[in-house]
Design a protein around this ligand. Sequence first.
Ligand code: COA
Length: 246
Amino acid sequence: MTIELVSAADRPDLVGPAEKMGGSLWPPYISTPAYFEYWNDLYKGDLARFQTIAIDSETGTIAALGNCIPFPWQDDLPDEGWDWVLETGGNAARQGTACDAVSALSVGVRPDHRSSGLAQRMLEAMKSAARAAGLGIMVAPVRPTRKHLYPLHDFETYCGWTREDGTPFDPWLRTHTQMGATFMKPALRSMTVTGTLEQWQRWTELRFPQSGIYWLPRGLAPLEVDLEKGIGVYTEPNYWLRHPLD
Ligand SMILES: CC(C)(COP(=O)(O)OP(=O)(O)OC[C@H]1O[C@@H](n2cnc3c(N)ncnc32)[C@H](O)[C@@H]1OP(=O)(O)O)[C@@H](O)C(=O)NCCC(=O)NCCS
């Protein structure tokens, strides 16, 4: 099986199908205000060359999508990881502000192409795009893929778990560290999703008889429901990792 990697700048015709495939991999509630405001900008102008699409050459179908965004570096990365970096990078692109760093935003590999090294290739493609643009730093607010299966353990405890060989317990954190990435700091408010109770019912098939916290399918933290206000708030923690770019 041959997988070809192209940028969205090279193949704008593939952006629609790639977004359709990539979007299908995420929980239905992962859409924050920053996403609605800036996500489509990733495929416009200079940002398009940072978006990587993997095509299965045999079938012509989309095997993976990787998104990242340049941003002006700051030493103290904030708790609002993913939302912050998408907004900061998005504004930098709109205003023509110089950037010296890149942040991964998402890697989505179609289930039948997983465990093949493709996810790592997608991260390598982000690094290549960053190097080609003269950016010297790469970070990622990482969403550990198995955290949702361990809802009773707090986020930082889970991220600190290791296997017997000393590598991270979580497979996605492990893939990053096997590429040389290092843990920087938690981003405990990386994505904030606020929805009406009707929206949360639709997204989760749960019902909310009282205010308080609820287990959330595929969530990395509980959903907080406020019946008086008629809203639910999900605050997703991620972990800032830094990748070597040399
Ligand atoms: C996160 C995601 C991209 C990871 O993709 P993946 O293919 O499952 O993961 P990896 O490439 O890291 O590899 C998984 C396994 O394949 C193994 N592998 C890696 N390269 C390989 C190769 N060339 N041949 C065989 N196996 C390989 C890895 O060692 C790993 O095995 P391990 O768990 O025993 O260590 C994928 O699960 C996904 O799309 N999830 C939905 C979206 C998401 O949550 N994205 C992450 C947040 S941005």
